[in-house]
Design a protein around this ligand. Sequence first.
Ligand code: COA
Length: 311
Amino acid sequence: MATTRGGIITGWGIGVPDNVVTNEDLSARMDTNDAWIRERTGIRERRIGGTTSQWAIEAGLAALERAGRRPDEIDAVILATTTPDQIIPATSATVQDGIGVPGGAFDVNAACSGFVYALTTAHGLLAIGAERLLVIGSETLSRVTDWDDRSVAILVGDGAGAVVLEAVDGPGQLLSWNLGADGSLRHLLKCDHGGFLYMNGKEIFRKAVRVVIDSAQKAITDAGLTADDIDLMVPHQANLRIISAACQRLGIPEEKAVVVIDRYGNTSSASIPLALADALDAGRLNKGDKVLLTGFGGGMTWASAVLHWGG
Ligand code: COA
């Protein structure tokens, strides 16, 4: 990638509800059970409650603290979300005000691929002069979920993850990116105004594995790497079986994939930054590591990026 100004992630943080909803809790209100949910999805529990701006602010403040930066040092807030607090204004406006960032603010909606779309967009802003950006993925999918519909209710969770991205001279961390969409598949996962989330789980499963492999493979190749070079994979957390299938077909050992779906469920655009923060807090990333972020979601959209950690 030809760029004279790149970005590095200098801080990260999360914000999640305290309220834990287990598979047993769901079994008490709908026809499902813990064994089925764990076997078919890998989910044990999820956090439920609050608002998208609330978790975004909490995650954003935590990321700033970790980066040792004040809100007034941030040029813009980029919020990936598919569950905004309102239609107008953008939820990033509430987050900008809540954190006290003097710069710009805008939302990105690419469903579950949103965080990687936002991170890629942020690198574009750094290339044209921005110094520091707050990139957040935050969702409250529970607010658009029919809690009597077991096909969706067992999957979703609420929360946010955030990173501070700072400009550096030279290429920075981002080695490659790949963004894609196929709007002819938009009927597979949707939520109309005032309605509930609908998904064709089987069809999404099939398509997701295909697009995520293709997108991840392109990003790895564009980075001048092979699957063997990837030290850590941070996949979208939609289903543990999708993560396993993607690892297998990409030739990346499953131990290299970060898994937080067991604790958080599918948090859409929050899932990749939540997983990244989890890996960083667990000390799973070392200087020089090559990190693959990859996800897919409604639209359909897909997005992958390869980072050179500490690069
Ligand atoms: N609890 C218990 N049983 C359930 C159930 C639930 N929540 N949901 C479905 N079942 C039953 C079905 O009725 C069916 O029973 P039958 O065999 O007697 O007909 C059986 O379990 C299998 O259902 P099926 O829908 O084929 O399950 P699946 O293996 O496809 O898993 C999903 C369903 C939703 C977990 C899976 O398709 C999936 O994860 N898809 C991708 C979703 C996704 O990624 N969404 C986010 C995109 S960002």
